[in-house]
Design a protein around this ligand. Structure first.
Ligand code: F0G
Length: 451
């Protein structure tokens, strides 16, 4: 099969262009909407570009035993389904993907669900799911000869972009909202050598500014409006399907910020279905923080038809986004798959994060919205006990250690936010204790705990 088979199709007006023709801000010149990567012939039952499902499943599994760098990537292992490069030798990889799928026993029991899993995308090289998208889009940037790449970010995209750019020998520019990203993420951008500008603005303001900049200089935009990011970010759908032996779970629950990831995963499952690799697709639900919930509002008020931006506020800084670029794509995924979109409070996020932590699965606050959302869906009778459910954990717990420490010290949430949750929170808090350096003092502490 040829390596590069793709065209770009506008999500709004359906216009098709060659990849090279995209404008620097990746907006359609006709209608201003976003593009999606499309592969000729995949929608038809017969076609010379249509891959053979059985052969692919065998090949992808075989590659897990290969020592080739490209095969060891959980993104490029599936390269037949992302033919976006002229030459796969241009791929820039940090061996991303191939992340673990963990069974969540305690949370499943508490919710009365048989089969609950967490796909932990925080176990990627820079600690977030962004690596899967970045390996794809940054490889395109390199193949097209760009020297500079840039993104606006709530932190994780910038960490991933800076690392992949450094690997490829490209320069990178990061725009972040001052004081509103977790330190772990900022430190990564610095470590990987990005030019990091902290702006007195929010994420949405950083995006607006960068859109102007890329129109004035030959800088390749790596925000998730770049459709190649989504090609990499769709591959966890392949890993999940493979892990369930190609009988997909009933329900996938994803956090929603700029709403590219839910769009990408929906595309991944849709393509597997179109190509005959799976018999159905899972419901895909998107969960937002209550203070940054434009899509949840859109579903509540207009069933996902219209979206009004909001001014975003949440301690889950990764998803502090009021005007998500990919909302139309995500709304289509939720509707097409029969999923839901709802929001959860700051206390619900903090509790869910501590519960996941207590199962040995640390994650970022933004990732924990998935468990908080599942609880709500279960309360509302939208999820049956017999369903197989996968929560997508998007970032590693060490990205935002301050949040975790503040939760356990009892300094994270306000009294108003805690109201009604005191007992749950107290049962989860594990503040560090200061004791004398003697065996008896430490053992007395254990006794106190048991009592
Ligand atoms: N979880 C984490 C840990 C994130 O960093 C993000 C987005 C999301 C969830 C939401 O994903 O935007 O595709 O809906 N972070 C971006 C960034 C915006 O700049 O790192 P989304």
């Amino acid at each position: 099969m040829n390596e590069n088979l793709h065209t770009l199709r506008c999500f709004g007006c359906g216009a098709r262009i060659a990849g090279q023709e995209a404008s620097p801000d990746f907006r359609c010149m006709q209608c201003g909407d976003l593009f999606e990567v499309e592969y000729a012939g995949w929608g038809q039952r017969q076609g010379h570009n249509r891959p053979n499902p059985g052969a692919l499943k065998w090949l992808w599994r075989e590659r897990r035993c290969s020592s080739e760098a490209l095969d060891q990537s959980g993104v490029w292992r599936f390269r037949e389904l992302l033919p976006i490069l002229d030459n796969f030798g241009n791929a820039v990889s940090l061996r991303e993907g191939n992340t673990p799928l963990y069974k969540l026993k305690r949370a499943a029991k508490a919710l009365g669900i048989d089969q609950l899993f967490a796909k932990h995308q925080g176990m990627n090289p820079t600690g977030s799911f962004k690596d899967t998208g970045m390996t794809a889009a940054l490889s395109v940037a390199r193949e097209r000869g760009f020297e500079w790449v840039a993104c606006a970010s709530t932190g994780n995209t910038s960490a991933a972009m800076a690392a992949y750019a450094a690997r490829a020998g490209l320069r990178s520019l990061v725009l972040i909202p001052e004081g509103k990203i977790a330190w772990g993420k900022l430190s990564q951008a610095m470590d990987y050598g990005a030019v990091t500008c902290q702006l007195k603005s929010d994420f949405d303001g950083c995006v607006r500014l960068l859109t102007q900049i890329v129109k004035q200089a030959p800088i390749y935009l790596l925000n998730s409006v770049n459709p190649y990011r989504l090609e990499g970010q769709k591959t966890p759908a392949f890993e999940i399907a493979e892990a369930f032996d190609w009988t997909v779970p009933d329900h996938l629950i994803v956090p929603g910020g700029n709403l590219a990831n839910s769009s990408a995963l929906g595309k991944g499952f849709r393509e597997l279905h179109e190509l005959g690799l799976v018999a159905r697709v899972p419901h895909i639900s998107v969960i937002q923080a209550e203070g940054a919930n434009p899509l949840a509002r859109s579903f509540a008020e207009t069933n996902g038809e219209r979206m009004d931006p909001v001014e975003a506020h949440t301690r889950a800084t990764a998803i502090r986004i009021g005007n998500p670029a990919s909302w139309r794509k995500a709304a289509r995924v939720v509707k097409e798959t029969g999923g839901w979109c709802l929001d959860v409070t700051e206390a619900e996020i903090a509790i869910a994060k501590a519960e996941l932590g207590a199962e040995g699965l640390g994650c970022e606050p933004a990732s924990a919205v998935t468990l908080a959302g599942l609880k709500k869906l279960r309360e509302q009778g939208k999820v049956a006990a017999s369903e197989t459910i996968v929560l997508l954990l998007t970032g590693h717990t060490l990205k935002d250690a301050d949040y975790t420490i503040n939760f356990h010290r009892g300094t994270l949430l306000s009294d108003d936010e805690v109201a009604g949750h005191q007992a749950e929170i107290a049962a989860l808090q594990r503040n560090a204790v200061v004791v004398d350096p003697t065996p008896s003092a430490v053992l007395a502490t254990l006794k106190g705990m048991a009592g």
